[in-house]
Design a protein around this ligand. Structure first.
Ligand code: 7TS
Length: 410
């Protein structure tokens, strides 16, 4: 008999100690999940238990604790492999986060893979961390950066994308979901078109992994990167998935311990995957905590999480629509649980400060996506990004808060 899971947000909220807090005398409403998510007790315990029971360096000790720490870290790699359906565990590289994963690939491609005359395509919807590493790479390799333009509703202009692809295109690097607008990009189509043109694809999955089930094999994506801290895991750890054949060919990112097979002054040889890309002592407790976070979301069920968050998105959009002066920034058909908006000509920062006084944490500003803000000719937005522990009552609280904002500022 298959077990039918149910989604109980009240029970879920009990597992996140930080949510019990008061901020400025009010119940905390945490709507800044796009920046980082909160941690369930099991993840906090996993990190604490590591230090209180098995703290030791990994991959290098024969002693008991080192074996246990290594086993726990490698078990976490297996969990992540299963979670994103990577064909091999060697294809899962622990990084510091999304930014680090993108820089790892940019650095590797810069060492002989990309030459003057080659082209890289990114999109107008990218976080700065999926723009700047490629600009830096272009600067010293002579590669040219091309940009997929965006449409008014925050979707990508796919016709323009098709016309940008050509035999010079080496890599397409786009996000799976936009952090500023919530746009869910048609990544399978983007990948297939790139492959038809002979180009590789890197997906920035920072905002996708917390909200949906990812299947890197079905996507046939070449590289997929994300951050642990947005997936209810610790900070300082992230994941780079890469196809084995590509990672084998890519030169190492950093040199040092852990990433070598043998070292002499005459010749050094590198370790095999995944260790070739994991120089130095890793963030062991965070790697382990991320495995626990993956178990945790799977226990709830990614489908249930996604469905519930879509309910929050729908409810939030409806409730915010009652403001005459509401302007939604980003209205793509396929959207994650992110609402970016402006209320009349109230500056996002001013709205954010008043909401904070009411215990409501939203993000204001350009969200590290200045090109998107330039596209709309705005300084920034107010962004409410929901996670599965948020509630409709919290959305009501934000609506009440925004009424106060409007009263005070317009
Ligand atoms: N890519 C996307 C799509 C992101 O949303 C972020 C962080 C990053 C990359 C960088 O991730 P990091 O973990 O390496 O820093 N986004 C946000 C945000 O929306 N607000 O604060 C950080």
């Amino acid at each position: 008999m298959t077990e039918t899971k149910t989604f109980d947000v009240k029970e879920i909220r009990k597992q996140f100690p930080i949510l019990k807090q008061k901020v400025n005398g009010k119940n905390l409403v945490y709507f800044d999940n796009g920046a980082t998510s909160q941690k369930p007790q099991v993840v906090i315990d996993a990190v604490a238990n590591y230090y209180s029971t098995i703290n030791s360096n990994v991959h290098r000790g024969v002693h008991h604790l080192s074996q246990l720490a290594t086993d726990a870290m490698e078990a976490s790699r297996d969990k992540i492999q299963n979670h994103i359906n990577a064909p091999k565990r060697e294809e899962i590289i622990f990084t510091k986060g999304t930014t680090d994963g993108i820089n790892l690939i940019a650095s590797g491609l810069g060492k002989g893979w990309l030459k003057a005359g080659g082209e890289i395509i990114v999109s107008a919807l990218e976080h700065h961390s999926n723009i700047v590493p490629w600009q830096m790479l272009c600067e010293y390799s002579g590669t040219v950066l091309r940009i997929i333009p965006m449409l008014e509703n925050g979707e990508l202009d796919l016709d323009q994308y098709v016309s940008l692809l050509n035999e010079k295109t080496k890599l397409v690097a786009v996000n799976h979901i936009s952090n500023a607008l919530g746009t869910v990009n048609p990544v399978k189509k983007i990948i297939d078109l790139a492959h038809d043109a002979g180009a590789m694809v890197l997906l920035d999955g920072a905002q996708a992994v917390p909200h949906m089930k990812i299947d890197v094999e079905a996507l046939d994506v070449d590289f997929y990167v994300f951050s642990g801290h947005k997936l209810f895991g610790p900070t300082g750890v992230g994941v780079l998935y890469g196809k084995e054949a590509l990672l084998e060919k890519l030169p190492p990112y950093q040199g040092g311990g852990e990433m070598i097979k043998s070292v002499s002054f005459e010749k050094t040889t590198y370790a095999g995957l995944p260790h070739k890309f994991e120089a130095g002592t890793p963030n062991i407790e965070a790697c382990i905590g991320l495995g626990t976070a993956v178990d945790y979301v799977n226990e709830i069920g990614m489908d249930l999480i996604g469905n519930y968050e879509q309910e929050l998105l729908k409810y939030g959009t409806e409730q915010l629509s009652q403001f005459d002066k509401m302007r939604f920034i980003g209205t793509s058909k396929n959207k994650a649980s992110v609402i970016s908006f402006l209320l009349g000509d109230i500056h996002p920062y001013d709205a954010g400060v008043i909401l904070d006084k009411l215990g409501i944490a939203v993000r204001t500003g350009h969200h590290c996506t200045q090109p998107i803000m330039d596209f709309y000719s705005i300084p920034g937005t107010v962004r409410a990004s929901f996670a599965f522990y948020n509630t409709k009552e919290e959305i009501d609280q934000m609506v009440e808060g925004l009424k106060k904002v409007e009263m005070m500022l317009s």
